[in-house]
Design a protein around this ligand. Structure first.
Ligand code: PHE
Length: 385
């Protein structure tokens, strides 16, 4: 029987030994490469919200590659270590611990879903590792502590944007709400929308919920139909929203559907088919823009991935760039100094607009409203804070 060292020549034999030995030394003796800056990304790369993590990773990866190609930070290259939490809270706790304790990352990027960002923040804050969520909009996330930042707007603003849009632009007075119970994001956004819409003089004709595991929404939709709303606000995530839209159509509900940034996924129209067409949602970004910063970003993104960026890729790109800027500005690169510099970010001209970090470590930014039209989202309006 042949064994692995059955080589034909002495140089070949030596080469084999050299390989084994160098492998041994690499594993056993090499300290962490001090010429690298280790950054962790915890993400939903698989599971129910898989496109959230995948889009975010693409945006971060583009930023990191560009930064490294331009020489890195203080002469060091960024090494991005990404771990999948399978769209699950318990797994998020495990991977964030691993990134900090085993991989020794100096800062963290993640997550998208507010629920999982909260889990990550509860690990990062006591260990004093700065964390930036690109896209979690629930206010509680950054309230966890002074090491937790975000580069997006928050849901009191997003809820206001959609309430005003419904009242002023769509001119509807009677709206039904269908929220995901158990999702901090969905419950929060539903509440903020409801409060503002009533303040404006509108009526919430019914406010129903579904849970994460549900696939059949007909009971709620039938009840909604009986209340004769002029629009339905569904602040959920794309996989469920797609199904809800289809079932609403099957039941003959033809009023406009509205939602928030959780709708942002290339899968929305794959799941929802034509039933999502003509719906409106608020988002961080629209590809439909004349801004040269956005145009150039789209060009670079397409060159790398051969597809258009979505809102998540864009806001993730900004998060990584802001982290890099904060790192560059430190006198000495450590987690505490990065935190302090993040808190000072002002007027950063990102792809998703001008970003200033406020005293609560949130970003004051405009939102866009888009209209779903097949696989593309048509820009409708920008709303400033
Ligand atoms: N804002 C959502 C949340 O907090 C996440 C999200 C952002 C989803 C942007 C899609 C696009 O849970």
């Amino acid at each position: 029987m042949r064994n692995v060292f059955n080589v034909k020549s002495l140089p070949g034999l030596l080469a084999n030994y050299a390989l084994v030995l160098s492998g041994f030394f690499l594993v056993q003796c090499t300290p962490k490469n001090t010429n690298e800056i280790l950054i962790g990304h915890f993400a939903s790369l698989t599971g129910t919200e898989a496109t959230f993590g995948q889009s975010t990773e693409k945006g971060i990866r583009l930023a990191v590659d560009e930064i490294n190609a331009a020489g890195g930070i203080k002469g060091k290259k960024i090494k991005l270590i990404t771990m999948d939490n399978r769209s699950q809270a318990e797994e998020t706790n495990a991977v964030v611990n691993r990134l900090i304790e085993q991989e020794k990352v100096i800062a963290l990027l993640g997550e998208v879903a507010s629920q999982r960002s909260k889990v990550g923040a509860l690990v990062a804050q006591p260990k004093k590792i700065p964390m930036i969520t690109p896209s979690s909009t629930n206010p509680d996330v950054t309230a966890i502590g002074d090491y937790i930042f975000r580069v997006c707007f928050i849901d009191p603003f997003q809820g206001t944007v959609m309430a005003k849009f419904a009242f002023d632009n769509l001119k509807v007075k009677r709206v039904a709400i269908l929220r995901e119970i158990g999702s901090d994001y969905s419950v929060g956004l539903a509440d903020f929308f409801s409060k503002k819409f009533k303040e404006l003089g509108g009526e919430i004709v019914t406010d129903l919920s579904y849970s994460n595991q549900d696939v059949d929404y007909k009971a709620q939709l039938t009840q909604i139909k009986s209340k004769k709303p002029e629009a339905i606000f569904i602040p959920g995530y794309y996989s469920q929203v797609g199904l809800i839209a289809r079932q609403a159509k099957e039941l003959g509900l033809s009023v406009p559907l509205m939602g928030g940034d959780g709708w942002d996924s290339p899968k929305l129209s794959e799941i929802g088919k034509t039933a999502v067409n003509g719906s409106y949602f608020s988002n961080h970004y629209s590809n439909d823009s004349d801004d040269p910063v956005i145009k150039d970003f789209i060009k670079r993104f397409k060159a790398k991935y051969n597809e258009m960026p979505d809102g998540l890729s864009s806001v993730a790109y900004d998060a990584a760039q802001i982290l890099a800027l904060a790192m560059e500005k430190t006198s000495e690169l450590n987690s505490k100094n990065i935190r302090d510099q993040l808190a000072l970010i002002k007027d950063f001209h990102g792809v998703t607009g001008k970003i200033s970090i406020d005293k609560d470590r949130n970003a004051q930014k405009p939102a866009v409203v888009v209209k779903v039209d097949g696989a593309t989202n048509k820009f409708v309006t920008t709303v400033n804070p």
